[in-house]
Design a protein. Structure first.
Length: 259
């Protein structure tokens, strides 16, 4: 299997969030257009994320957020039925993400804290692998679980060592893919930590989750199975800004050349 390139579709504030301004028609239209930009450039898929909903709920979002995200995810999955679409419901509502993905036809969910516990600006976020896996079984769903280890914007309270968290995420949490990130959105992923996880040989893909750009992508892909990227593709360093089609194209070209 070739290297996986996943682009972020950062949704603006959804209805009910403090910063909500746009109509659902506009939010849906933007999401579909950004997904199309990524697909046309050669990305293997995208993650739809309620990035604009700050401050985030810790682990249970409001019903209106689930409804809004389901509408947008369904629109993207309908527009690009053969593409790899994922869902991340921030900060850590795995139940909502899995439900949306299963109903709307998305392929995977990203779960920021799948096992253990992490101190965050939302408080202590606890992994709910037992509930998530049982819900997936009850739904008869084939949606994959992509689990962060040593997740950004947090400090693990259960795993001082990234290797231990990676092992627990796969062997006890049954994660299908692991994501290794930097300390915050857009911050570089540490190559040494990335290599520690890949060297474990856990039998699942390991992806870079933040900080990659067109210069660093080839170096990361020497170690990782793929990259999730958002900030480096935008018209400005602000992750909420729109995608820049030229940067999107340059990133894919650099990643492919580096392979």
């Amino acid at each position: 299997m070739g290297k996986i390139l996943i682009g972020m579709v950062h949704l603006p504030a959804l209805p009910g969030a403090p910063g909500a301004e746009l109509s659902m028609d506009e939010i849906e239209r933007r999401a579909v257009n950004e997904a199309r930009t990524l697909l046309d450039a050669g990305f293997n898929g995208c993650i739809l994320e309620n990035f604009g909903d700050t401050p985030f709920h810790k682990d249970h979002v409001a019903p209106v957020t689930v409804a809004a995200m389901a509408r947008v995810v369904a629109a993207v999955c309908h527009a690009f039925p053969d593409w790899r679409v994922g869902v991340n419901v921030l900060r850590n509502d795995a139940r909502a993400a899995l439900s949306i993905a299963s109903v709307c036809g998305a392929r995977f969910v990203r779960i920021n804290v799948h096992v253990g516990a992490t101190a965050t600006d939302q408080g202590v976020v606890e992994g709910q692998a037992a509930e998530t896996l049982r819900l997936r079984r009850a739904l008869g769903s084939a949606v994959e679980i992509w689990a962060d280890v040593q997740v950004k914007h947090g400090q693990s309270l259960a795993h001082a060592d990234i290797a231990l968290e990676a092992e627990d995420a796969v062997r006890r949490g049954h994660a299908d893919t692991l994501v290794v990130s930097g300390r915050a959105t857009g911050k570089a992923t540490d190559l040494a930590e990335l290599k520690r996880v890949t060297d474990l040989g856990l039998g699942v893909p390991v992806l870079v989750g933040s900080g990659a750009d067109e210069r660093s992508a080839p170096r990361y892909l020497e170690v990782a199975d793929g990259i999730i990227v958002g900030t480096a593709l935008k018209v400005s360093p602000d992750p909420t800004s729109p995608l820049d089609p030229e940067r999107v194209g340059r990133f894919v070209a650099a990643a492919r050349a580096g392979r």
